[in-house]
Design a protein around this ligand. Sequence first.
Ligand SMILES: [Zn+2]
Length: 253
Amino acid sequence: MRIHPVPAFKDNYIWMLEDGRNAVAVDPGDAAPVEEFLRRTGLKLAAVLATHHHADHVGGLPALAQHWKCPTFGPAREVAAHLDRRLAEGDRFTVPGIGIELGTLDIPGHTAGHIALFGDGMVFCGDTLFTCGCGRLFEGTPEQMVDSLAKLARLPGDTRVYCGHEYTLSNIRFAEAVEPGNRKLAARKARDAAKRERGEPTVPSTLAEELETNPFVRCGEREVVAAAEMHAARKLANPVDVFAEIRAWKNAF
Ligand SMILES: [Zn+2]
């Protein structure tokens, strides 16, 4: 099984999983680049997976489902056209065509019914956990997002993080403001900046790397707490308050 990024819009990634015969699209916001990928590779689309209802993740799903007559999998608690298999926490399923088994986590915060799909050393986490960042809270609370990120963080450290956007370098700039002394972050910046200069994606990262460098999953770390309290100009009682402060800080960064 191989996995390829198909760029869409300004900075979205549609992830294409394939076994040489069949392909599966994750979060196809646009059908056109997926069809182009399928034409170029001669692969057949066997399924579509979606993490949440935003148009830049499901906009291409109806056209692909109609053209390929393939099943579509997505969040049980969100409304999106042409979703026929609805998934919630604890659901496991075999992905048609490529045969891998994936599990489901409910990870609300960015949207109310956002799900993550994980298995085979990968997690597809849409706009919840980003490489060195996290999604904005459009439909959820800081409590929910902290809980959702903690669920993702409990997956094995070598799990590859496939998120929905190429945001790494701007996320790293913010992470440096929070943790200027984090040497792992400095090393990550050098590596990922070089990748972008070569035109390569910085996604996927690994969960272990996120735990070392991503301030949004480090809200219990002393340096992150200190930076959030400095920014808030008051004591913060717990990791949820720390998270809420750095999320608001990032929104205005
Ligand atoms: Zn989104």
